[in-house]
Design a protein around this ligand. Structure first.
Ligand SMILES: [Cu+2]
Length: 164
């Protein structure tokens, strides 16, 4: 229930930020309310040292039938959609599932987006994965509002599964 609550707050905040950004700035008032809008941090953002990212299921070594659902676990932080930053003391991120990735991407940059680096920018906490038969690895990396891993990066253990 906790993450659902964070998510709904996140949605409301994202909506108000978007409407502010897109509003025309033609009031003619040099001291308009837009100058008071919070600046979103660019680049890496901090996260609690004891936060934990893990794959709830499937279990390491499991045998699954494709397609299958991967459940993402996150402790000590909230899940928020991409584009949303709450505050330094309310750290959030969204999940990225790395599929058969041997070498982690550059963790100082936005995580690339392709069939091996899947973004769950809607704030999802699970995802359906379709893979051919054989052994595959799965690993999670949390990204902030700009898809950049946190400081320090929050990365799950890599698991190996077999697709029947
Ligand atoms: Cu992302």
């Amino acid at each position: 229930m906790k993450s659902a609550c964070i998510y709904s707050i996140a949605c409301a905040a994202a909506f108000s930020l978007n409407s502010c950004t897109e509003a025309p700035q033609s009031s003619g008032d040099d001291h308009g309310s837009h100058s008071a809008a919070p600046q979103l941090p660019s680049g890496k953002t901090s996260r609690p040292a004891d936060a934990k990212l893990y794959i709830v299921s499937p279990a390491d070594g499991a045998e699954v039938s494709s397609p299958f659902v991967v459940n993402f676990g996150l402790k000590g932080m909230g899940v928020a959609p991409a584009g949303l930053y709450l505050a330094e003391d309310k750290p959030t991120g969204h999940h990225h599932l790395l599929i058969d990735v041997d070498k982690l991407p550059d963790l100082t940059m936005p995580i690339l987006k392709d069939e091996k680096h899947v973004h769950f920018g809607g704030g999802q906490t699970e995802g359906s994965v379709t893979l051919p038969p054989g052994k595959h690895t799965l690993q999670l990396v949390l990204g902030n509002h700009t898809h950049i891993p946190h400081d320090p990066p929050l990365i799950s253990e890599k698991i190996t599964i077999t697709v029947k």
